[in-house]
Design a protein around this ligand. Structure first.
Ligand SMILES: NC(=O)c1ccc[n+]([C@@H]2O[C@H](COP(=O)([O-])OP(=O)(O)OC[C@H]3O[C@@H](n4cnc5c(N)ncnc54)[C@H](O)[C@@H]3O)[C@@H](O)[C@H]2O)c1
Length: 329
């Protein structure tokens, strides 16, 4: 029982990498994912027997009596399903890593009500369940909470000014979690990821980040879309460093600090990344206008997380090589 952890969105890009690492660390990992943005087959990905549960049964399932004795339990469902919230409330999980979201800036601008429901309302229900079940909630927040304040590098105390419902929902979640800590004793921590990239990231959706989306285009011999003049810059953090940040804060003794930036502490322009493609022979570029709701520059100050003993291990050049290798470019 004490080893059970839940990962919402555990078949997504970051969630799948995190779930695998938690499994390798000896946790029994319960993954809930509704497949709204994943195509992964759990058994294939985790390379271990997986117990697939229908959501209603997740209330009762007892791993001790399961002959499969799986390290991964997978529930294809919305993480807000009553049975899952009940199991969290019962105190069954030690930790809940909450990654499930519709992490799409432009979509949230076009669908503000749905985005708020998905990324905010559902997260509050989860947080109440965590408070009731006395388990730590590790929340995936975003650098989008800072918006275009121009205050760089962003520290956790920098002014927040989200430019999309997506960013605002994440910020409101953090604020509610603080309130829930005071009202209901919620044990929580939020990680504001900057731009995640790494092998395995989907490149074919309209919401893919630049690196994976350009890889996906390059491999098909299509041109790479450049939004605006390409001078926007991003703090790009490798997925394995986001995984280690989650594990670090999940195990740390926390004081009153609950919000942490997760970045590399360096930023790179889109033009710089395009040059890397160009040096490999991928030179075809299509000019497009800047995307609505996008922030211009991101750069993290990561001192606070460093003070907990975390350090990013993958430099951008090395990380980009791993992505090129993954795509066979
Ligand atoms: N990728 C980034 O650059 C980045 C940056 C900042 C923050 N984040 C945050 O990190 C988290 C993970 O991002 P990602 O890039 O892995 O995204 P992703 O879309 O790959 O993963 C999200 C997963 O959640 C699942 N999901 C969505 N809604 C669900 C629901 N209601 N119930 C169950 N499953 C659901 C999707 O099917 C998907 O597998 C998100 O919360 C996102 O906001 C990501």
């Amino acid at each position: 029982m004490k080893n059970n952890v839940l990962v919402t969105g555990g078949l997504g890009f970051i969630g799948s990498n995190l779930s695998r690492e938690l499994m390798n660390k000896g946790y029994r990992v319960w993954v809930v994912d509704d497949y709204s943005n994943s195509k992964l087959d759990p058994e294939d990905f985790f390379k271990t027997p997986v117990r697939n549960l229908v959501s209603a049964l997740s209330r009762y399932y007892d791993v001790q009596t399961d002959p499969k004795s799986p390290k991964i339990v997978f529930i294809e469902a919305d993480f807000n399903h009553d049975a899952i919230l009940e199991r969290i409330s019962s105190g069954f999980f030690r930790k809940v890593f909450h990654l499930a979201a519709k992490p799409r800036v432009e979509w949230s601008v076009q669908n503000p009500m749905e985005a708020t429901d998905e990324n905010f309302n559902k997260s509050l229900k989860l947080a109440i369940a965590c408070a009731t079940g006395n388990c730590r909630l590790i929340f995936s927040s975003t650098s989008a909470v800072y918006g275009n304040t121009g205050e760089l590098p962003s520290t956790e105390n920098s002014k927040t000014a989200p430019t999309s419902p997506y960013g605002l929902s994440k910020l409101c979640c953090e604020q509610y979690f603080e309130l829930f800590e005071n009202l209901y004793g919620l044990d929580w921590v939020a990680l504001r990821y900057f731009n995640a990239y790494g092998p395995g990231q989907d490149g074919s959706s309209p919401y893919s980040t630049a690196v994976s989306s350009w890889c996906s285009k390059a491999i098909k011999g299509e041109s790479l879309r450049k939004d605006g003049d390409g001078s926007q810059s991003r703090d790009l953090v490798h997925v394995s460093d986001i995984v280690s940040a989650n594990i670090c804060v999940s195990e740390a003794e926390l004081n009153e600090e609950k919000v942490f930036n997760v970045g590399l502490g360096k930023s790179y322009t889109n033009n710089y990344i395009l040059e890397k493609f160009s040096s490999r022979g991928y030179t075809q570029i299509t000019e497009a206008s800047e995307r609505e709701g996008d922030v211009k520059h991101t750069l993290a100050n990561i001192d606070k997380l460093r003070a907990l003993g975390w350090e990013p291990n993958v430099g951008f050049e090395e990380g980009l090589e791993s992505v090129f290798d993954y795509w066979g470019l």
